[in-house]
Design a protein around this ligand. Structure first.
Ligand code: FAD
Length: 346
C-alpha cells in the first residue's frame, strides 16, 4: 500500500503547499509498513513541474498525466483520473500502469483540492477527512473544527483515506539545490540521473461536465499571503483604503505580504483575496503584525499557525492582545510612520 500525493501546480511550477503535503505524507508513511510515496502530476505541458519534483527526497515514483484536458484542474476530470489509479481495472487491456493499491490519497486543502477531493471520496464511497493539521497514526488525524476553537481527533476505518491537508500546519520539504540546476535537462534525463521512475499515464475521457472559462488573478509584487514569512494586516482601525498605503510601505520594507480583516474587506479598503481568517486565508508566517484589528475569533482562526504575533491597537482590552506575543497599545497612525522611519534608517 502506497500513499498517493496529488500535486498542485500551474503547469510550470509546483505550489509550495504540495511541499507541505509531502511532509504530512511522510509522517503517514512512517506509520505504515510500505511507506512508498507516489507523486501524481496532472496537467498539460507540465514537464518543468516533473523536472523540479525529481529533486524531492523520499519519492518512490512520479506519475504524470499530461494531456490537454488537464490544462486546467477541472474537478470531474481530476477525480476520474485519480480514481482510475485506485479502482481495479485489471480487465482493461490498454492499462499500461502497474496498479498499486493506495492506502491514502492526499492533497492540500486549497480551493482546487477542496473541489476534486470530495468527488474522489464519493466515487470511492469513503469519507473525506478535511484540513488535517497533524498525523497521529496512519488512520488518525487532528483537524480544527468550530473555526479553530476546538481540535477534533478523527479516526478513519475506510480502506482508503482521502485527505486534504492544511499546508500551514506542516513544514515544507525542500527541493534540493541540485534539482534547480538540472531544470534544463529533459524529464527523461532527470529520471535516469535520479533513478526516480516517471510513469506516464493515459488520460481518461473528458467528462464534458464543466469547462474552464477564465481566471482573473491579482497581480502583486509582494509575497503570496499563505507562504509569506512576514504578514502585516490591517483592520477597520485603518479607517479607509488610502491609509492602507501606510501598511504597503511598511510591508515593502519588511518584504511582507499584506492581509486584512473581514471588516476591512467588507468596508472596501482592500480586495477580498487579502482576507485572513475563518472565511479567508489561513496563514502561518514567522511574524504576523495585526494593525487596528480587534481579534475576533473568526480572524484568529486564520492566524494561530503564526510563530510570533504582534498587535498594534489603541484599545488595551482588545482580544487580539490575548493571543499576541508582543502588544503595543498605541494609535496606529503614530506607530506606523515611526516604524517606517526607523526601518529606513537601518
Ligand atoms: P473591529 O472589530 O471593528 O476592530 C477594529 C480595531 O481597530 C478595534 O480593536 C479598535 O480598537 C482598533 N483601532 C481603531 N482605531 C485605531 C487606531 N487609530 N489605532 C490603533 N487601533 C485602532 N473576520 C475576519 O477577519 N476574517 C474572517 O475570515 C471572518 N470570517 C467571519 C465569518 C463569519 C461567519 C462571521 C459571522 C464573521 C467573520 N468575520 C471574519 C468577522 C469578525 O467577526 C469581525 O467582525 C472582524 O474580524 C472584525 O474586523 P476588525 O478587527 O478589523 O474590526
Amino acid at each position: 500500500m502506497a500513499i498517493l500525493i496529488v500535486a498542485e501546480h500551474d503547469n510550470h511550477a509546483i505550489q509550495p503547499a504540495t511541499l507541505s503535503v509531502l511532509t504530512a505524507a511522510s509522517e503517514i508513511a512512517a506509520h505504515t509498513r510500505d511507506g512508498e510515496l507516489h507523486l501524481l502530476i496532472i496537467g498539460h505541458e507540465c514537464e518543468s513541474v516533473v523536472a523540479i519534483t525529481q529533486g524531492i527526497a523520499g519519492l518512490s515514483k512520479i506519475l504524470v498525466a499530461d494531456h490537454q484536458i488537464y490544462q486546467f484542474p477541472l474537478a470531474e476530470n481530476m477525480a476520474a483520473l485519480i480514481v482510475s489509479l485506485v479502482q481495479d481495472q485489471s480487465q482493461d487491456e490498454n492499462q499500461t500502469y502497474d496498479k498499486k493499491q493506495y492506502s491514502h490519497i492526499i492533497t492540500s486543502a486549497g480551493t482546487t483540492g477542496k473541489d476534486y477531493q470530495p468527488r474522489v471520496a464519493a466515487l470511492l464511497d469513503v469519507a473525506q477527512i478535511s484540513g488535517i493539521i497533524s498525523v497521529e497514526s496512519a488512520d488518525t488525524f487532528k483537524r480544527p473544527i468550530y473555526a479553530g476553537n476546538a481540535i477534533a481527533t478523527v479516526q478513519s476505518s475506510d480502506v482508503i483515506k482521502v485527505l486534504t491537508v492544511r499546508s500551514s500546519a506542516f513544514t515544507a520539504v525542500s527541493l534540493t539545490a541540485d534539482s534547480f540546476k538540472k531544470e534544463s535537462l529533459t524529464t527523461e534525463a532527470l529520471a535516469i540521473e535520479w533513478q526516480v521512475p516517471v510513469v506516464e499515464l493515459a488520460a481518461q475521457a473528458d467528462s464534458g461536465k464543466s469547462a474552464f472559462i477564465k481566471a482573473e488573478l491579482t497581480q502583486s509584487t509582494r509575497p503570496e499571503l499563505t507562504t509569506a514569512k512576514v504578514v502585516i494586516s490591517g483592520g477597520r482601525g485603518m479607517q479607509n483604503a488610502d491609509n492602507f498605503e501606510l501598511l504597503y510601505t511598511l510591508a515593502d520594507q519588511l518584504n511582507a505580504a499584506v492581509g486584512a480583516s473581514r471588516a476591512a474587506v467588507d468596508a472596501g479598503f482592500v480586495a477580498n483575496d487579502l482576507q485572513i481568517g475563518q472565511t479567508g486565508k489561513i496563514i502561518a508566517p514567522d511574524l504576523y503584525i495585526a494593525v487596528g484589528i480587534s481579534g475576533a475569533i473568526q480572524h484568529i482562526a486564520g492566524i494561530t499557525g503564526s510563530k510570533v504575533i504582534v498587535a498594534i491597537n489603541n484599545d488595551a482590552d482588545a482580544p487580539i492582545f490575548d493571543v499576541a506575543d508582543y502588544g503595543l497599545v498605541a494609535d496606529l497612525f503614530d506607530v506606523l510612520p515611526e516604524l517606517t522611519a526607523a526601518l529606513e534608517v537601518k
